[in-house]
Design a protein around this ligand. Structure first.
Ligand code: UD1
Length: 419
């Protein structure tokens, strides 16, 4: 089993290129299934989640090639509609095949994703959406089976108790492209990854209106062609490197970022005392000031993202004073707290709130990653901890961060992958 070893105490300096967005690439890959010809997708991060989605697409009959950050997806052979448990259990985004298979074949069978380390992950909104488009849904033997002789456009309100759902919006948009008549999604997710999906479908010929807003109007039955497309930079990887610079009192220039999609993170880091400048070359993030504690409320976009909650907590763990982090999206996304506390952090959880008392110092320890972003938070903590931090279960990390140890080490961190 591989581990990441980090020895803390080095201020990060230099520049880093941010990779393409994992969470934007995954829905775009599924949308490529709906084209009549091959799509080529550029700036794809080389990650395990992308390989898993490629496998899902191949299982459905498409041909997929991944080479040097470029994906070629030929949907011509797409003629199966079952996404099996073995794939869905390793990556929940496999559920996007529901919308694509319904659109193309009028039928989809997808293993139910179930819960995971960050909480219960229901799909009721996905099912409500496709049912309103005319699909009959049954759940049997751990699988969702959706069938529609004809998909029909509908007005669909898609928010749930925690606000809009990214995943449900993706599935309903995909299915609606094949419906007869227009679909209007009210309270659609406005996460940049949905915007990216809609942009991609529009380049394919979908003519969806309302891109980037919570009201999407999808005309349906447009002929979609394969296209050449470059995906947006990864806002979560960018945010993670911003915190890496802040926590080590570093001076790091992030290149190939989209600063507009990072405003909540930038704003919060500035409140804490980090200096962030937008330059022609990218985003320069300088730490080292007198940091102040902060209240961080996790919200759907454009609020502070749930995928940055663990990382900002690692920073607040060493900021003097009391900070509060409130998680509103995933009820159980605090597993990193117990590991941070083993490194000397002082964090208490009260339902959806984490009360973080800034510690004078953290000390390196063997720690266990519980999920993707938690593993990044433990590495960030390790960058400032005294001595060695050994992060285990880094298969989580490899799902979503491309060569993080190489990138951090190029910035001066003492970090390596060990067997
Ligand atoms: C969510 C995040 C996304 C992040 C991803 C992984 C939001 C809006 N989405 O996307 O930024 O990258 O987690 O951390 O912040 N829900 C239901 N019923 C459903 C679907 C969802 O109640 O059918 C609830 C979920 O339990 C959750 C909330 O809605 O509380 C948002 O879920 P959703 O956006 O669908 O999750 P992901 O697509 O995984």
């Amino acid at each position: 089993m591989q581990k990441i070893s980090v020895k803390g105490g080095k201020a990060l300096k230099g520049s880093v290129d941010i990779s393409g967005s994992k969470n934007a690439t995954l829905p775009v890959m599924t949308a490529a299934l709906l084209g009549q010809t091959l799509s080529t997708i550029h700036n794809v991060p080389y990650l395990n989640d992308i390989k898993t989605m490629a496998e899902v697409l191949r299982t459905l009959g498409a041909q997929v090639g991944l080479d040097d950050h470029q994906l070629k997806i030929d949907p011509v052979g797409f003629n199966k509609f079952e996404a099996p448990y073995e794939l869905v259990k390793t990556m929940r985004a496999s559920i996007y095949s529901l919308g694509a298979s319904l659109a193309r074949m009028g039928e989809a069978k997808v293993s139910l994703p179930g819960g995971c380390a960050i909480g219960a992950r229901p799909i009721d909104l996905h099912l409500k959406g496709v049912e309103q488009l005319g699909a009959k849904v049954t759940i049997e033997h751990g699988y969702v089976h959706a069938k529609a002789t004809k998909l029909k456009g509908a007005n669909i309100f898609l928010a749930g108790p925690h606000g809009p759902s990214l995943g449900a919006t993706v599935n309903v948009v995909l299915a609606a492209t094949a419906a007869e008549g227009t679909t209007v999604i009210e309270s659609a997710s406005i996460e940049p990854e949905v915007e990216e999906l809609v942009n991609f479908l529009n380049v394919m010929g979908a003519q969806i209106e309302g891109v980037g807003t919570s009201r999407l109007v999808i005309p349906g039955k447009k002929t979609l062609k394969g296209v050449d497309y470059t995906v947006i930079p990864d806002r979560v990887e960018a945010g993670t490197f911003m915190v890496a610079s802040a926590i080590t009192n570093g001076d790091v220039l992030l290149k190939k970022v989209n600063a507009n999609q990072l405003t909540a993170v930038t704003d919060k880091l500035r409140q804490i005392g980090v200096v962030i400048e937008e330059t022609a070359e990218g985003l320069r993030v300088r730490g080292g000031g007198d940091y102040k504690p902060a209240d961080v409320m996790i919200m759907p976009y454009p609020g502070f993202p749930t995928d940055m909650q663990a990382q900002i907590m690692a920073l607040l763990a060493v900021v003097p004073g009391i900070s509060i982090v409130t998680e509103t999206i995933w009820e159980n996304r605090f597993m990193h707290v117990f590991e941070l506390n083993r490194m000397g952090a002082d964090i208490n959880i009260d339902r959806s709130h984490a009360v973080v008392k800034g510690a004078k110092k953290l000390t390196g320890a063997p720690v266990m990653a519980s999920d993707l972003r938690a593993s990044a938070a433990l590495i960030l903590a390790g960058l400032v901890a005294d001595g060695e931090t050994l992060v285990q279960r880094i298969y989580h990390l490899d799902r979503g961060y491309e060569k993080i140890e190489t990138k951090l080490s190029a910035l001066g961190a003492d970090i390596q992958r060990v067997n």
